[in-house]
Design a protein around this ligand. Structure first.
Ligand SMILES: [Zn+2]
Length: 373
């Protein structure tokens, strides 16, 4: 019997080491003020020493794994800085002015512990610019698909505000760039991070040119937005599609949502570019949801086949959250495997494999041995 040979596809990972310079240290002296006092009070009330969870080690873990276990077909390319004009398509002038004043400083930006360190503003500009580089590459056809390996993440950043470890909304900046400069007419953004992409939703709330599909753990889980009824407004009504999920939902539910909601929505919308806000805190090691590595691969397979059918394969991923470095790195690798033409894995029902193992382990204890006569 001949095994089915899958077609190898080229994937480019866009990475710029300046994204490592965003490194808030809770013990540093932050700009004084009311917000500083409030965050200090919250942190003092914790029983464990708090560390900034969105740290450079996240990227190191991914790069280390890809070095140890390379994925055939994956190339690397460098990123770049986003210009102020590119950022101003999705953020207000006053927000950008205030943010840029924090260059080379330590400051809290939100009571949810979003902060900047001296290298953060440049890191954020590079994260957004690297998402743009990824989109330019897939639209020009210089690569089949792309993955922007960036931080700080972006999907919580609103037009007027940094939140949830996000300073600038990378995926939104990239989508707006595709519409403004790359001749794209309709961009689909798929957000599978465990948290709702409130910033991306806000930015494109009334925009009919961007469809925003977000599957996330439902409110009151952070940030609390993304109800079923949030469908956009004005000309953009219907172009925001939220799928709030109960905590602990896993592969089977996620793939059902992808196959039965995302696929028909995308077919209706007919995008000419698909972007994925890829967060890996949806994996069970990160405790909010129960998606497996196979699940990330299977979701990638669905999005990839949509891109092949609807928009000439134009597909770019932008890294969002994922705070357990083990699941983050292996999750990214699962996505790259499928983008590179590897077989799309089968989804897993969390726990079934453990039952199979336990069954094999215990079965002999209560199975009668055939008696010897
Ligand atoms: Zn998240």
């Amino acid at each position: 019997m001949e095994l089915a040979v899958t077609e190898r596809r080229d994937v480019t990972v866009f990475y710029d080491e300046r994204v490592l310079n965003h490194a808030p240290d809770v013990n540093a002296a932050f700009l004084p003020g009311r917000l500083d006092k409030r965050v200090r009070t919250i942190l003092a009330g914790l029983t464990v020493q708090w560390k900034y969870p969105e740290h450079p080690g996240r990227i190191h873990a991914i790069l280390d794994l890809l070095k140890r276990e390379p994925v055939e077909g994956v190339r690397f390319a460098t990123g770049k800085v986003a210009t102020r004009e590119q950022l101003a398509r999705v953020h207000t002038t006053s927000f950008l002015d205030d943010l840029f004043l924090l260059r080379n400083k330590n400051a809290w930006l939100d009571v949810d512990t979003t902060a900047v360190s001296p290298g953060s503003i440049e890191a954020a500009e590079v994260a957004a610019g690297t998402a743009i580089a990824a989109v330019e590459a897939v639209v020009s056809g210089s690569t089949r698909s792309a993955f922007a390996l960036v931080r700080p993440p972006g999907h919580h950043a609103e037009p007027v505000r940094a939140r949830g470890f996000c300073l600038l909304n990378n995926v939104a900046v990239a989508a707006a760039h595709a519409l403004a400069e790359l001749d794209c007419k309709r961009v689909l953004i798929v957000d599978w991070d465990a948290h709702h992409g409130n910033g991306t939703q806000d930015i494109f709330w009334a925009d009919p040119h961007v469809m925003f599909f977000d599957i996330h753990r439902a409110s009151p889980f952070y940030p609390g937005s993304g109800s079923l009824q949030d469908v956009g407004a004005g000309l953009g009504e219907g172009a925001t599609v939220n799928v709030p999920m109960p905590g602990g939902a896993g592969d089977v539910a996620y793939l059902k949502a992808f196959n039965e909601i995302l696929v028909p929505a995308a077919e209706y919308f007919k995008p000419d570019l698909i972007l994925v806000s890829a967060g890996f805190d949806t994996h069970w090691y990160d405790l909010a949801m129960n998606v497996s590595f196979e699940g990330f691969g299977a979701m990638t397979g669905i999005v990839q086949s949509l891109a092949d059918r609807l928009c000439g394969g134009r597909l770019a991923f932008v890294l969002e959250g994922g705070y357990n470095t083990e699941s983050l790195s292996h999750g990214v690798r699962s996505v790259l495997e499928v983008l590179a033409g590897g077989a799309v894995p089968e989804a897993k029902e969390c726990g079934l494999e453990a039952v199979e193992e336990a069954k094999a382990f215990h079965l002999s204890a209560f199975t009668e041995e055939p008696s010897e006569e």
